[in-house]
Each structure stands twice: as structure tokens, then as C-alpha cells.
Design a protein around this ligand. Sequence first.
Ligand code: NOJ
Length: 977
Amino acid sequence: MATLRFSSRPWAAFLFVLGLICVLLSPAVAVKENDFKKCEQSGFCKRNRAYADNVASHGSAWASPYKVLPEQVSFKDGSLNAIVLKAIDDQGATVELPLTVSFLKSGTARVTVDEKLRQQKSIELRHGSQARKERYNEAEGWAIVGGLDVDSEATIASQGDAGIKITYGPNAAFEADITYSPFTVAFKRDGVTQVKLNDRGFMNMEHWRPKLEKTTKPEGEESGEGNTSEPAPSNDESTWWDETFGGNTDSKPRGPESVALDITFHGYEHVYGIPEHTGPMSLRETRGGEGNFEEPYRLYNSDVFEYILNSPMTLYGAIPFMQAQRKDSTVGVFWLNAAETWVDITKAKEAKNPLALGIGAKTNTHTHWISESGLMDIFVFLGPSPRDVLKSYTELTGTTAMPQEFAIGYHQCRWNYVSDDDVKEVDRKFDKFNIPYDVIWLDIEYTDDKKYFTWQSDMFKDPISMGEQLDAHGRKLVTIIDPHIKNVGGYHVSDELKSKGLAVKNKEGKDFDGWCWPGSSHWIDAFNPAAIEWWTSLFKYASFKGTMKNTFVWNDMNEPSVFNGPEVTMPKDNLHHGGWEHRDVHNINGMTFHNATYTALLSREKGELRRPFVLTRSFYSGSQRLGAMWTGDNQASWEHLGAAVPMILAQGISGFPFAGADVGGFFGNPELDLQARWFQAGAFYPFFRGHAHIDARRREPYLLAEPHRSIITAALRLRYALLPAWYTAFFHANQDGSPIVRPMYWTHPSEEAGFDIDDQFFVGSTGLLVKPVVEKDKTSADIFIPDDELYFDYFTYKKLATHKGKHVTVDAPLESIPVLMRGGHIFPRRDIPRRSSQLMKFDDYTLVVVIGKDGKAEGELYVDDGDSFDYESGQFVHKTFTLDGSTFTSANAGGRDASSVKKGSWLKQFDNVAVDKIIFVNAPSKWSSKKEVEIESGGNKTPVSLDFHKAEGGRAAFAVLGRVGAKISADFSVDFS
Ligand code: NOJ
């Protein structure tokens, strides 16, 4: 892709040639890294790291210059208000920073610090800037959708001159212990400090100041001595004002304004989250040392092509939410800030008893959060379980939207399918080879000269007939629509964007012009409600001709990617709706565009209201409400295949679980085994899409010779058979934010040995434990077993010799995927192979009951029409299945009385869907004498045959009941006694 990214300007072409020479002379990774800032090159990051070093070098002699004024502290209805005074010199000058600490009903606490002068807009901007004067305070408006109700039960436990203690949360088990001088907040659970803000005194809120044109520095400024002045390194004025990187100068009209804070997780050794990065799920230390990074984790949404692995470098999206884990306890913080952010992580042993030489020492994880601008706004979650933390976080930021059902099937993409005939042919070929898929995608080449909402009419002569052919097989089309709009007269989208004044502005207030796929372009400012309304109008079927009800959308390049911009994005002094600088909102930008498209797809003609499907590359906290994400431009290498699982797991535990990676790898041509292994892994990504770069060879699964074609077909069929289980997992994600694929620490927070395992996962609550093979020529897998349950091979029912905390090795020749079934679970399946998920909608079910150690099992099925919002008014079926000793029962979940629901057309048709068979793995030997059992449903008893297979050669005993015939939506039971 890099080869297409040059502007027409001569200097850009020159730089391109120079770049190419560098690429040829040095390892590719170095070039990419140098396109992006290191902390040292980002003024505010450099200053804050220096500040931290200076504080640390003072040891206990250091006192943070931030103090709460005791006389101004007030506490009412679950909220504390106060002023934090920041001492800014030795003469007693201070800056007032209004502080609010609110205690929310969910048990979450929120700490917000603003700057009074900025609130009052009593500052001057340099360079005649038209930007807003306040600190950016609208991140909440984009990221947060609920959970802000304040807990009026929160009470003052004690108050004095030194501080105040507030008890709050479930059973008043939480406490916020606020000390005034210096300002710190310790969050305790059951009396024990879990999370502490400003623990090490790194808090630094760079206040507004006018630029003084000085020739010499005032006396004393360099010393940094005295406990109340800022340490000298943060007074490094060289990075306060206009800053240049890669030939671009940022005018910084407000000067230095960063917010930084250290947050300690007391007694926690593992921290997770803050995607998007490559590297292990359990985040590494960032201050050097063996095995550690030298750089902080960076969050600054960027188009990092050919990104490198195992790096804290920023990627396309940002979720500033971190969880910390120790045995039996999880806590978390959400740093609500949309500006460029860096996070340093270090870990230190703290001996309980200094004489014990480290025995019994606990590890504290220290984090240091540094953002360029905006409020200091932190949410603290005290768990105690991973589920509690994620539930509280998603109460604030929202949960995964219930997906279009097709969206969890397989997506076939490449850059590009070149014509409507090409699409039709690919569609036919999938059918010819009996390979299921749901969606075919069109990348940018389908447009007329990269003008979105148009078709390249020579190649796409009849998009409707293409859409109709797809529809006949229950398939969909996704077209790409990017946020850059070609700057050319006579193109209605561009003309309207300009005439309506809906584009992002440059620092002079003119439409910002930059370079992207179409050449000179403008960018829609999706922060503007009027822009969303206009964007919505463009997607109407009558407006975007050639689209149909089975057309959905892909939003790419929304970081935004600007080829000739600083760090491949917009200048930070660009202006958005409301006068906010791009600097303030950068990390939210992608979400606003995703949101505009989501809004547009809700209804594309009068009377229509359907679930949108929009894939996004850039994201922020809250993007999970709008669709799916993928991990961008990976490579067709084994290393990238391995890197995808931790990235997808990190998304899941960070509230945005509808995630996937380009199957097969975007850049390059995967060797056959790699492609097969990638499909096997992809079959267990929540978002499952094959994609390839324009220069990559065609690699649709049917093109492969045997055995690879069959291997891939089997992986796809497995995905399709398990779609009911996946959909049920999505339902849970939608209900309480649970990840769809779940790492070991999340499912087993007591099992420390699993805390840094990130190459295997459970699928929802199915008990399916998957470990994709990601190494070349590897024919076995070592799977970590997190508990004492029984585990069986998914395909053979072989009972594995498992022990808690140990690994079990399973054979995994190329044709097989290591999938285990954990005892105690029941999961639904649909076993008839079909061409697409839509054609399976009314197929009967198979239930797989994996009987656990105690002879029991339980599981669920959630199903609805997979398309509308009718589930919100009761048009769904949600069953729980239990095998309790000798009785199998299917009943409505939560005791729901579904009889009162007036059935719509889907529910009526679904009433005919039945259970075909029930497979009992690890069936008790006493069932061996039974040939028949009775199914009771609605007072009727029906005999059904039971086919028992005794244990043999390591394989567990199993029994197949069927044909069952009971309606899946009805309650029924089977008595085995
Ligand atoms: C960048 C995206 O990451 C990639 O998936 C896409 O194919 C190209 N843009 C072209 O649209």
C-alpha cells in the first residue's frame, strides 16, 4: 500500500524515492517505526517522562505540588467537589484546578480535574487561533452512554484537615481515601488499597501560560529545587510551543497543556488492555530492562502500514481502559481522554517485611498516563472479578451491538473484486465447491476514481443484478466508504460537503485539504450533527444507486489516514465542529465516522429499521456499540498469524469483542499450510474475514488444491455449525460486556498460572477451549488446563488426561484444529451444511451435552431474527439447558413467560424449528441398557431412541438421542433415571 501513497507534489515524489532507497537499504521495520514519534519526539511525553524521572530521583524528599484546599471540600449526593491548587513557583503562585470525585451506582468512582482559567475561557490563543479555550470536555458525550447515576448512599466515613474518606459501592465495601497534601486518592476494597492515584507524585497538569519572549531564563527556574516548584525538566520550554516532526509544524496555539498521572495497582502483577497494540496480552514494562520495552504504550490512532510485532507502537484504534489482575481480584481504570496518550508501565516488588528478603513480597504495577490535552478524567473499577470490571466499564461505554446474523459468518474480501461479473463468478465458485460464505466485499476500486457513492461504470455495469444474485443465496455485499472525499468539482458528494460547510477545517478555518486514495481530498467532520444528517442522506437506496437491502458498509482509513499529514494523519491544529482542535479529539475521530455510517444504515428508506453492519478500522471506547473492527494491515506470515490471537483477546477484554484479523494476511502471499492454519484460527475469530492486498495473488479457498481446499472447507463448516453458539456468545457480550473469546485469566481468575496465557481461549460460555496452531510444521498443541474439570477432544470425544495448571498435548496434524470440550457445558449447533447463514435460519438444532465430573452440564441458546430490532420487544427465544443428574431440561431462560409475547412473523416461523438430536459426551454407563427414553413436552410424552456407545480406546462413552423432534422454543425434558 505504501507504494500508492505519494502526493503529486514534486517534493513528495522525491521523498518517496528517498524512502524507497531507505527501504531497500535497511530492514523494513525500521522505516515504518521512524514514520511515527517516539516519546522523546513528542514534547509532552518527553516532558512528563522527565518529570517522573525527576520526581523519582528526589525520592521521599519530593512533594507533589498538588494540594486540595480543605476548606473548599464539599460532599453532597454522592459527589465531592473541591479545588486542587497547583503551586507553580516558589513565591506562592498557584493555579486552581476544580476537582470532582463522583461515586456511581455501579460502584465505579470517577475523578475529574479541570483548569479554572480554561473553564472561564480566560486565556489567550496564539497565532490568532479560532480554537476553543476550554479543556476538551466532550469525550464523555461520545464515549459514555449510561451508568453515570450517582450513588447517593456514598457517605463520609471520616474527614479532617489531612483528608476525607468516603465509603461507597456494593455493601459499602469500597472506600476512597483522599489525602489533601499532596493530593492522592487510594481506592480500597474491604480496607485494602487496590488502586492509588498520584501514588508516586507524577501528577502533572500543565496549566495555561502566556508565551513570554525571553532571552535569558529567570533566576532559579533551572534549579528545580524546592518542594513546591515543578521540576526543571518539565520547564524545558523547547517543547512548549510550536513543534515540528517530519517536516510538519504544529502551531500549538494553547502551548503546553498535558495531563499526566501515575496510577499504582497495589499487589497486582498483571495489567491488560489499552489496545490497540501488538505484543502479549499481559502488558510489558516500558522503561527498559531485559525483555521490556523502552517506549511507553502509545495511543494515537494511526495508519501504521506493515506494522511490526511485539511493540508498544500505536495502531489504528485506542481504548484507554486497563485492568489489573492478581489471584482472585481484578480492578481497572478508564482514562477518558481522546488526545494522544502514552502509558508507561513498571513493576516493583514490595516486601511486606524488609527482613524477609523478598519472601512474601508482592508486586505492584505502576502506570503513568500521559495525554497531550483535555481533562483529567478517570474511572476506577474495583471488581472484584474480571466480569464485574467489564460489566461496569460497558455500563458506561455500552456493549457490543447485537450483530446482523450474517456478520458472524465468513466474509470473503480482497482488494479488489474488479467487476460485477468477477463478484458473480466468485459467488458461483463458492457454490460449485460447496464452501459456505455470507458476504463478499468491494474495496476502493469499485468506485469511479475513488469517489465514494459512485461505481466504476465500465466494470460495475449492473450492481443490482450482482446484488440480486447474492441475495438469491442469502448473501450480502459490503462496499467500502472512506471518510476522505475527493476534492473535485461536479462530484455531488464533494460539492455538498463544501457548500454545506461540513468538512474538517484547517487552522485558518478553511476546508482542510489533504492527500488520500482519491488524491486531493476533504474530510467529513462527523463530530457535526449536521454532517451525520447529510451523511445519512447519502446512503438512502434512492441516493446510493446500485445498493440494496443486502448491501452493508466498511469504514476504513478513519484514524484519519492522511498520506501527506504529520504521522500520516491530520495536523493537530485542524479544527472540528464546535471549535475543538483535532489534537483534543484525535482518538475519537474514527468512532465519529463509524457512528455516522451506523446512523445512516439504521434506516435507508422510510419505514425501515434494521441492524447496521459497519466494519471500522479506527476505534475508541464505545465503538463496540457500532459494529466490528479488524486489526488492519497484517502480513501473510506465521508470526502475524500468531500475533492475531492476543490482539483479538485484548479487544475482547477491553469491551470491543467483535474483532478479527485479515485471514491469510493482508500483505504477501501465504503458503498453503499457512493459509489453512489461518482459516482454522479465523473460524474462531469473532469477526471472520479473508482479505488480501491488491498485489497479492488470488486465494479464494476454492482455488487451492487438495488437501488444503478440504481443510479450509472443514474449518468454514465448523464455524457455520457452531453459529448458534457464537450468536449466543454475542448475546452475552451485548448483555453485560463479556468477551466473545475469553482468555484464561478471565474465565479462571483464581488460577495464576493462566494469567499470561494469550494463545488459547474459551468461546463464550460454551466450554469450547481452542488453541489455534500458529507455527509452521507444528503437528501438536500444548494446551493449558485451567481447572480440574474433564476435557474431551471436540472431534473424537477422546477423554484427555488433564490436571489443573498443567498442559496437555494434543495431536494437531494440518487437518485438525485443537478444540477441547470442557465438561459441564451444553452448546447448540446446526449440522446441515449450507451455503450461507441465512439459509440455515430455520434449520433444526443439535445440542451437545458434555457431562462434567459431577454428572451435570448446563448451557444456553439465544436466537432472534438476526436482522431487526424486534428482539427488543420480546421477539427472541432464549433457552437454558440443564442436565441435572438424570434429567435433561430445556426451559426459558430466567423463567421468562414467552406466552405473553405476540408473535411476529419470524417467531411464528421459528416455532417449527426442532431439536434434531442431542449428543451426550461422557454418558454414564448405566445408560448403556437404554434403547429408548421419553421426552416430555407440553404434557405429551414421546419415545425417542437412544444410541449408546461405550467408552473405547481412550474415547469417552457417548449417547445420541434422536430424532428428538421437540420444538426448540418449547420447554421439554428427558428423564434418564
Ligand atoms: C487499508 C485497509 O487496511 C485495507 O484493508 C484496504 O484493503 C486498503 N486500505 C484499500 O482500501
